[in-house]
Design a protein around this ligand. Structure first.
Ligand SMILES: [Zn+2]
Length: 628
């Protein structure tokens, strides 16, 4: 508290000439101290850090040793391991805790009692205590914690318990017993090559850690520093190409938001040869996994997921729903706003890609057509609202829930609602305001003031403030409600209409879906169909399609097949046995949606479209021209 107060005082002195990046850093520290929701008294009482030591000794067994040095305090302490992190899914990481012990500063064992499956109680800790436990870590990907002979990657909340009476205390974390050629990359503030510090547990666990023999290519853009950490076979990627794309993304995003709330930002990439795919956002970093083959075939996969995760540094990390704060690591944290925090993040990242020149109009409109098709073909779009889909995120790990008749995706409908809200705000403000102003308003009025927004009502507040219009209808019908979306009413304003086409497509006879970066899993099989006759069962995991690793989604895979072609799959059954199955795929009719130009487009529609594709409002003086 003292340190931060001093910085606030220094910032007021006009004669202080600080390098701009240092000044920004100090200002952010001061701003954080001024806005953090911590009682100041508790800050003063808890200056002694909680010190973690993480030992990486047993790579082959994937065993991590953790030591927590608790400072003196209450005699009875409780330690909690989060039940969820990274995904909005209960994953009960305590499953992997082999044992827990504690001793006092003299080395005398202290009693440890399990309170519930994720919480332990220590007695006689008034003079401090050393708690030790062993945890298994072999979950790959940006949402996991993994330690093996190749590397370690940690979301620290999945392996580190916190003392329930000192979650706001500063923390130190030290890594020991690393192989000699391994290094550590993390956005955490370093104390040495292997020791790091954070203001509190929540900040600690918002920083992923990569430890291994990775490749680093850094760059600077407009005064900010970017670290690019890649853990992959050098034959599988082109570092220069990646850095060139990142330059464009970070520049386009910062200019669109007119904000750079960081000094250093870290991109962590893994390009494994096996199944992979996903990205996880953090306040000062992101971790992204892409299958090496997918990356080679389609480099746009990298720019798409990177733009999404980078834009999250505003939307969800700083422009944040109140319902997610403070995080409750012991149970589900329910919010109805994931349609905005995830879906509209995708809308924003589309605009960033357009502005960065990484996507053109044709690709953008084709992408929107695919998203409309995806929403419309799920019968649940008439029964589950996007707010309910947000609440039900906690069910996404369950295969039945992912069936098209049960759920819609808040990513999918949320991204489309972001587009429609953009068009609605433009229409209501004669083109002057746009989604950009909505997001900048939320950044100014919530994020920069240290406030959180009140679910969908907080989004509506922003949209109405910038458009000076009543948008209750939009939120009632399409956010809280399940009304069919009159696509043409929105797209007409930019001279587009939605065209449907009915196509005969290859029907594999089953539906498969993934739980984020999990394997492709069969969720439904057509009764008495060829797939069922061939022996495919609900619950089977698809390992290979047509002799290749099943890395993409099923729709993408099926796009290469015509009715009558033979489909070959290798699956693993619920009991672990693998089988090879093949059958001839059938056909079915599917309605697809495409955006196309209206027959005649007025100059006003043309001007609105140009501004929309730039993500900008139109000038008040000449609404037919994009803003300068
Ligand atoms: Zn996201």
């Amino acid at each position: 508290m003292k340190f931060a107060e001093m910085m606030l005082a220094e910032m007021k002195l006009p004669e202080m000439k600080l390098p701009s990046s240092l000044a920004r850093r100090l200002f952010r520290i001061a701003l954080w101290a001024a806005t953090a929701a911590l009682p100041l008294a508790s800050l003063a009482q808890t200056q002694v850090p909680v010190a973690y030591t993480i030992s990486l000794a047993s790579a082959d067994a994937h065993l991590v040793g953790v030591q927590i040095a608790l400072p003196p305090g209450a005699a009875q302490r409780e330690l909690q391991l989060p039940v969820w992190n990274a995904l909005y899914q209960i994953r009960d990481f305590a499953e992997y805790v082999n044992w827990v012990r504690a001793k006092d500063s003299a080395g005398k064992p202290l009693p440890v009692r399990e309170v519930d499956k994720s919480r332990w109680q220590i007695e006689h800790a008034e003079n401090g205590a050393l708690v030790e436990y062993q945890i298994f870590a072999d979950a790959p990907g940006p949402f996991g914690a993994q330690f093996n002979a190749h590397h370690a990657f940690f979301n620290l909340a999945e392996i580190l318990m916190y003392p329930t009476d000192a979650r706001n205390s500063p923390v130190h974390v030290r890594f020991t017993q690393l192989p000699e050629e391994w290094h550590i990359a993390t956005p955490l503030a370093p104390l040495s090559a292997s020791e790091f510090t954070a203001d509190n547990y929540d900040r600690l666990v918002d920083a992923p850690v990569e430890i291994g023999d990775f490749h680093e290519s850094d760059f600077d853009e407009s005064g900010e520093h970017f670290r690019v950490i890649v853990d992959a076979d050098p034959a599988d990627y082109d570092a220069d190409q990646i850095v060139a794309a990142l330059h464009k993304i970070v520049g386009a995003a910062a200019s669109w938001m007119n904000d750079r709330p960081f000094d250093t930002y870290t991109f962590l990439y893994h390009f494994p040869r096996g199944p992979a795919g996903g990205g996880m956002e953090h306040a000062y970093s992101t971790a992204i996994d892409i299958n090496a083959e997918v990356l080679k075939q389609n480099p746009r996969t990298l720019t798409g997921v990177t733009a999404h995760e980078f834009f999250h540094l505003w939307n969800v990390k700083r422009i944040r729903p109140q319902a997610l704060e403070p995080p409750d690591y012991t149970r589900e944290s329910y919010t109805r706003a994931l349609w905005f925090s995830e879906g509209v993040t995708s809308t924003g990242s589309d605009i960033i890609e357009l502005r960065a020149g990484l996507m053109d109009e044709k690709q953008f409109l084709a992408h929107l057509g695919d998203e409309i098709t995806e929403l419309q073909r799920r019968p649940a779009h008439l029964t589950q609202s996007v707010e309910e889909s947000s609440l039900d995120a906690w069910l996404e790990g369950n295969a039945y829930y992912r069936r098209p008749e049960r759920s819609i995706s808040y990513y999918n409908k949320g991204e489309l609602l972001g587009v429609l809200l953009d068009l609605a705000v433009r229409e209501a403000s004669q083109g002057r305001a746009s989604l950009r102003e909505v997001l900048q308003w939320m950044n100014q009025n919530y994020a920069r003031k240290g406030r959180f927004f009140n679910e969908s009502a907080g989004v509506r507040e922003a949209a109405e403030a910038v458009s000076h219009a009543d948008l209750a209808w939009f939120f009632a019908k399409y956010v809280a409600g399940t009304e069919e979306i009159p696509w043409n009413d929105f797209f007409r304003t930019v001279g587009l209409r939605v065209q449907t086409a009915t196509n005969k497509i290859a029907d594999p006879g089953f539906i498969a879906s993934r739980n984020f970066d999990g394997p492709l899993s069969v969720v439904a099989v057509t009764p008495a169909g060829d797939a069922e006759r061939a022996g495919l069962q609900v619950g089977d995991t698809i390992l290979e399609l047509q002799g290749k690793s099943a890395a993409a989604d099923l729709r993408q895979e099926m796009a290469h097949l015509a009715p009558g072609d033979t489909l070959k799959v290798r699956v693993r059954g619920r009991r672990g046995a693998e089988r090879e199955l093949k059958w001839k795929v059938g056909s079915r009719e599917e309605v697809s949606y495409e955006l196309e130009d209206m027959d005649s487009i007025t100059p006003a529609q043309r001007a609105r479209r140009a501004a929309w594709l730039k993500g900008e409002g139109q000038s008040a003086a000449n609404p037919e021209a994009p803003a300068p």
